[in-house]
Design a protein around this ligand. Sequence first.
Ligand code: SAH
Ligand code: SF4
Ligand code: F3S
Length: 451
Amino acid sequence: MNRNDASQAPKTPATFHVKSFGCQMNVYDGERMAEMLGARGMTPAEGAEADLVILNTCHIREKAVDRVYSDIGRMTRDDGTRPMIAVAGCVAQAEGSEISRRAKTVDIVVGPQAYHRLPDLIEKAGRGEEAVDTDMPAASKFAALPGRTKQARPTAFLTIMEGCDKFCTYCVVPYTRGAEISRSWTAILDEAKALVDGGVKEITLLGQNVNAWTGDDDRGRAQGMDGLVRELAKIEALHRIRYTTSHPNDMSDGLIAAHGEIDKLMPFLHLPVQSGNDRILKAMNRSHDVSSYLRIIERVRAARPDIAVSGDFIVGFPGETDAEFEDTLKIVEQVRYAQCYSFKYSPRPGTPAADMDGQIPAEVMDDRLARLQAVINRHQVDFNTATVGRRADILLERKGRYPGQLIGKTPWLQSVHVTAPELSIGDMLEVDIVSAGPNSLAGEPSRRKAA
Ligand code: SAH
Ligand code: SF4
Ligand code: F3S
């Protein structure tokens, strides 16, 4: 590593700042890093004023990677000094020491499975040594991390499995996060209890294919995610359980049934399909087709009729014709998602699709994305409008813009603005939904619920 201007960075950082890009798992990892550094006596600080800045990066699309390099460039302070800079996350895993060649001010590169070793890497960097760790050690990082501290918010993420064995032809995740590994039953339950003891009321279970989680319970019986959810639901002070992201092929009968049986499991399912065309799904190596996907949605809706379904879509996968794109509009019309994420295909180095014939021109992708998003937005408004006049429990998560205003989420993950000056963040409240916009709802308290 070229350490030419390392003299401008602090040798023994006392303060830190973590900035996370990308998915919820990065948010979770960022929190664990912050808790670990906190446990070692370091204190949080703002932006480039911190002695150590950790950029917890995402490699999923080219744009996400560009943002990281522009951020690194902006770290130098007015007086010419700069923080110690660590690049963590999926760009770190994918590019390794290449990062510090491209951006000379990067002191540490640490992958998503090695960040428990950050303290050593900080010391190394302080001594001016190369500090790159993109190992995927057999022993889990989780065992080396300190326990969860009291949380500032009433909602928390909890990684229960990590990695992906599916190898969709467009996707970097199997390379950046490694193979699917489930955390143990006890580790998950212990962490959930610690979070709840620290005031958390809603836990979102995380995994790249979260519903592929498997493990043995404390009596040695094989369990799937539905068993785990059932056990978590026994934690009395835990009010709500969510999970993301699930894969259609891992939607077990037990998990589908759980949606109709476990009150604490929220009626929301993020189940990406990516395309509405079977030839494209095959080229994507998605290992499900349109009809098997629709069948799952049908069964989930039979188990829990009010469930809100969300999805992910990619437009402009190599070779996608106009007619094949139209099939994507069709599946969106059929499913009527409550919300969706949609992306232009981004060729990723090392993935099979990047070398496929028929890469789609940018203008065509722009046009397809705009048409898809128009349909998705219409359905999202429809979904929100349909909740007007309904009564819903919300968990108050943050303050609104006006005095006495609080914002909470419905079971269907919609944000609700409500004026309730006597209540606080973390309270549950029953509201009547009085109006709806594309991105949020307004509610009025119906009556105070025991929190
Ligand atoms: N494991 C999840 C998705 C993880 S990535 C699943 O299989 O559903 C989140 C989303 O990013 C994907 O669902 C996909 O829609 C999108 N995505 C992944 N790779 C992409 C690429 N190369 N270009 C554009 N979008 C991509
Ligand atoms: Fe990527 Fe496919 Fe794995 Fe999802 S299932 S993380 S899209 S390879
Ligand atoms: Fe991005 Fe890695 Fe998550 S590539 S989406 S941060 S798993």
